[in-house]
Design a protein around this ligand. Sequence first.
Ligand code: HAM
Length: 432
Amino acid sequence: MITKPKGTYDILPDTSRNWAKIEEVIRHVCKLANYEEIRTPIFEQAKTFHRDEADSSDMVNKETYDFMDRGGREMTLRPEGTAGVCRAFVENKLYVNNGVTKLYYLGPMFRYERQQKGRYRQFSQFGLEAFGSDSPMLDVDVITTAIHLIEGLGLKDIRVRINTLGDKESRGRYREILVKYFRENLDSLCSDCHERLEKNPLRILDCKVDHDNPVLVNAPKISDYLNEPSKKHFATVLNELDKLNIKYVVDEKLVRGLDYYSNTVFEVEFNASDFGAQNVICAGGRYNDLVSDLGGPETHAVGLAFGIDRLLLALEHEGIEIVKPKSLHAFLITIGDKAFMEGFKIVNSLRKLGLMVDMDFNQRGLKAQFKEADKNNSHFTMILGEDELNNGVININDNVNNTKETVRLEDLGNYLVTSFAKKTCKSCKEGK
Ligand code: HAM
């Protein structure tokens, strides 16, 4: 037996219905806030992600799936959506209107990570990217859209953590202070942090190994080194969130795993204590330099991404049922070859009327076919044998109202459509 690759999993019909529902809610929330869908390739030229030597994030350094194509070009399976969307934004000159461009995407990402619950090598993200404004209100727009999605799905036990990394100038100043401080305390840092010291000392602050180390706990704080514009930007974001009654905690240790951020950064955690370590369901922030790093004009931007796999685990954990089990409008049971062959024509004509209809294709015994109708949670079971065919009729069991009727074949479509128009069926009630 060939098995799935490590770190991947199959999404079977029972769960894929939930995926479809989440995607539906995502598209609705995006429509309301004027984000439009973009679909970029699943692989990009490696340099889209491996941009410069200075990038110290584990994700870019150790976790990408890199390969050489048959033409000798270096390619990378996308580990995240932002860089590819920025590449597309530049290449397609989406910046020309000088306004704000709001995009969203859904799809698989790939990272060679250690597998655990909520952390996979292929996972799916829903991301938002808003380009073309440095206004803190755009940060708020992105964060509130995330909250709308969370509320739309009914998830309650969440916590928003937020921080600022300041603009380039503030970060530069803070970086110098931090390097000096950590250099003086080098002996008490882990080996990964030694490496981070040269490349991105801010990342030392969220070191998973050293998080209780007093050297980290007492490290200089970015808030003491922010210039006025950075302070003002962050204060406005927090103030607006307060006005909208969106709860958050400011966490000065939050620096994020990717190196492209500036100013606002945030994460949304699912807070249930027994959920597991991978509880960050959404993360993002401002990245005012990435578009120009990718060869575009200076363009301020802010965005976020949800891990859809984790979102589903969180919904499951809270016992939130987002879709009911499937149900058909009608299921056809046939007796004998003639009814079987004619039966499909009936099924097909009912589908053309917009009804969800299926039949048994194995011509099994009556008991098995009734079971199949039951399994499909069908409102009506239609029974067709040779006698019925010869008389131009069909027997119908209404499984919801527990009634039986014989209907003329030429009236069948009308009969079903009319009964569903009365909205008594399960599917109608569920709005399908
Ligand atoms: P990220 O924090 O690397 O940010 O990923 C965003 C979310 O994707 C995480 O919070 C998590 O829910 C999910 N995720 C990440 N890795 C995995 C994994 N191995 N398995 C399952 N879920 C995972 C970004 O990707 C940025 N591009 C977000 C962003 C958009 N920033 C600005 N715009």
